[in-house]
Design a protein around this ligand. Structure first.
Ligand code: HEC
Ligand code: HEC
Length: 260
């Protein structure tokens, strides 16, 4: 009887301990997402210096992401060129606060020279203005119609019809990105490897079957032509209809993935 009671007491203590640990973890996660969001907010207020961004990238990032920031499909390293500025800043904050998994990037953002909002503002600005990866690695092309149908039905409402994303909602461009990286991220987001995201996104991605994941990633990896912005902001502040924007235009002054 006595022994039985002792076992029950132990079990009770264990359960209380587990509940306390879960509550504590949830609080820690909440605190870290709040810190990440505050960092993003203040980073986006800063003035930027594109030249400083270029230097930081060459010194601290290019060895993995490539000199032109076009990534490395075989190593699971994403292209960053032409990616949305706000999204890039948010990812750096999320890596710093460990709200996004990824040992390589945890090591990078923890370096003293990098763990600085001004550095993120400069490097994100530099990257978002680079010419996007012109020829990402693709899948086998076997299920492109299925991939397109999924994208239009389930993804385009946030990522835009042509996958360009937007800066206001921190929605990434899914264009000009390598297939293996897209597959890996769809899987990892659906397994909660990013804590600072809406649970709806996790559920959307978790609802895809293995085949659907490969199909939509393959379709996306082929969206690598320049985006045809209807209106773009010129350096002199005027708006220009850029329906006929070419890759050459993109290289000169106007990034191809700016919002309307
Ligand atoms: C040691 C190699 C390495 C270095 C150096 C490195 N990265 Fe990364 N980076 C990676 C890998 C690997 C990933 C993919 C992480 C994952 O699997 O989620 C990544 C992902 C990212 C992402 C997320 C992209 C997306 O589409 O979500 C950003 C932003 C990023 N890196 C920026 C940088 C910047 C800025 C620097 C330099 C300050 C840098 N990286 C240096 C390896 C590296
Ligand atoms: C409710 C809006 C919404 C919908 C619907 C949505 N996404 Fe996203 N997606 C986002 C946001 C916001 C992020 C950025 C998450 C973050 O901040 O880390 C994202 C991130 C991603 C990423 C990571 C990109 C990178 O560079 O690492 C992939 C891949 C992705 N989404 C694919 C999809 C696919 C495929 C679908 C459709 C099945 C989809 N998304 C539907 C909003 C959405």
């Amino acid at each position: 009887m006595c022994r039985h009671r002792l076992v029950n007491v132990r079990r009770f203590v264990t359960i209380v301990g587990l509940v306390a640990a879960t509550v504590l973890n949830a609080q820690v996660a909440l605190a870290s997402t709040e810190r990440a969001d505050a960092l993003v907010h203040s980073t986006l207020q800063l003035d930027v210096d594109a030249r400083r961004g270029s230097t930081v990238f060459a010194q601290h990032c290019a060895r993995c992401h490539g000199n032109a920031a076009v990534g490395d499909a075989a190593k699971g390293i994403p292209a960053l060129a032409g990616q949305r500025k706000s999204y890039l800043v948010k990812q750096l904050a999320d890596f710093l606060e460990r709200d996004r998994a990824g040992a390589a990037m945890h090591g990078v953002v923890s370096q003293q020279a990098i763990a600085e909002p001004q550095v993120w503002a400069d490097v994100a600005n530099f990257l978002s203005n680079l010419t996007p990866q012109p020829a990402p690695a693709t899948g086998d092309g076997g299920q492109l119609q299925l991939g397109e149908a999924i994208f239009r039905d389930q993804c385009a409402s946030c990522h835009a019809d042509d996958g360009r994303g937007d800066d206001d909602g921190f929605v990434p461009s899914l264009r000009n990105q390598h297939y293996p990286y897209l597959v890996q991220q769809i899987r990892s987001i659906s397994r909660w490897h990013r804590a600072n995201v809406e649970s709806d996104l996790v559920l959307y991605l978790d609802s895809l079957s293995a085949d659907e994941t490969l199909a939509v990633a393959d379709y996306l990896s082929r969206l690598s032509t320049p985006v045809r912005d209807r209106v773009v902001l010129q350096p002199d502040g005027t708006l220009k209809d850029a329906g006929d924007q070419t890759q050459a235009d993109c290289k000169q002054s106007v990034p191809c993935t700016k919002p309307d």
